[in-house]
Write a protein that binds this ligand. Structure first.
Ligand code: BJW
Length: 252
């Protein structure tokens, strides 16, 4: 067939084969081949005028909550209509016979839908809105993303308890990562025989410090990214392959 192929370094394949505990650290590139744009790629349609790095901030939320809520509803809809790609499926397959701990920076649920257990969503989730004031989880049906497809601004729902605006359950620039997600991620990295990094630019901290620490501790780190990232020069094996091509080759 004319399916893309990739040559994997034998030492990388061997390190994964021998490992009992594997931590997989993923970023937006993991979901690119599911049709979800990466964070630093241009957005499309309604959203092409907006810079994601500016929308994912407490300042944008304070200025225009309906714009920010509408953006997250639109993204939740895109993800709902997307499917896990062969990379997600390969990682779920890798978890048969060894412990694979997925630590993701992504707010989508494509790892879960592929059958992986995600032990840490470092930057939160599209599916855990909460009150911006009292923090209570919000489970109202008006958090459904249907309206957002055609509308730039969608008024956020209101917390039934304190009547404040409901916000997306994600981590914006300048906000602390959820403490439990962070400590689970630290434990996973500390316990692993090998770390696989997929589709992250490696520039957003403190998340990017996790693979750096593993490398300092002498744990082999294998990166899959079609482009060089900020981590590429430090990792043990940097493989220029996309998630949906490289990961199935690793698992087969
Ligand atoms: C493929 C592919 C394919 C393409 N296959 N690969 C200076 C130094 C250090 C830190 C800072 C600093 N100035 C400011 C900071 C702090 C800041 C930060 O790190 N900024 C940097 C940008 C400089 N960090 C924070 O603010 C964090 N909080 C914090 O520090 O708190 C301090 C604090 C402590 C105590 C109390 C209070 C505060 C929070 C960071 C939150 C990040 N949030 C976001 C949004 C999440 C919600 C949402 O999705 O909307 O998280 S930003 C965005 O970046 C998102 C991502 O998870 C994250 C990482 O991006 P990612 O995943 O790497 O994606 P891309 O697009 O950058 O890269 C895609 C990659 O895929 C590329 O490499 C492609 O080549 C590759 N690719 N196709 C495989 N098919």
């Amino acid at each position: 067939s004319d399916a893309p192929t990739v040559e994997l370094p034998a030492a990388a394949v061997e390190a994964v084969r021998r490992a009992d505990w594997v931590t997989v650290f993923t970023g937006a590139g993991m979901s690119a081949e599911s049709g979800i744009a990466t964070f630093r790629d241009a957005e499309v349609g309604l959203w092409e005028r907006f810079d994601p790095a500016e929308l994912a901030t407490p300042e944008a939320w304070a200025d225009d909550p309906a714009l920010v809520w509408g953006w997250y509803q639109w993204r939740a809809r895109l993800v709902r209509d997307a499917s896990p790609n062969p990379g997600h499926l390969a990682l779920a397959e890798l978890g048969r016979g060894r412990t694979v701990m997925v630590v993701t920076q992504n707010v989508d649920d494509l790892h879960e839908r592929a059958g992986s257990e995600v032990i840490s969503h470092l930057h939160g989730s599209l599916y855990s809105p909460r009150c911006s004031n009292c923090g209570r989880p919000y489970d109202g049906t008006d958090a459904e993303p249907d309206r957002a497809v055609h509308e730039l601004r969608v008024e956020p729902p209101t917390c039934p308890v304190c009547l404040s605006a409901v916000r997306p359950g994600v981590v914006w620039f300048g906000e602390a990562l959820p403490a439990d997600a962070w400590s689970k991620a630290e434990k996973a990295f500390a316990a692993s025989d090998v770390v696989i990094v997929v589709g992250t630019s490696g520039i957003v901290y403190p998340a990017a410090a996790l693979p750096e620490r593993a490398m300092s501790a002498g744990v082999p780190v294998i990166e899959f990214n079609p482009e060089p990232s900020a981590l590429s020069s430090q990792v043990t094996h940097s493989i220029r392959a996309s998630a949906a091509v490289g990961l199935p080759a690793l698992v087969e």
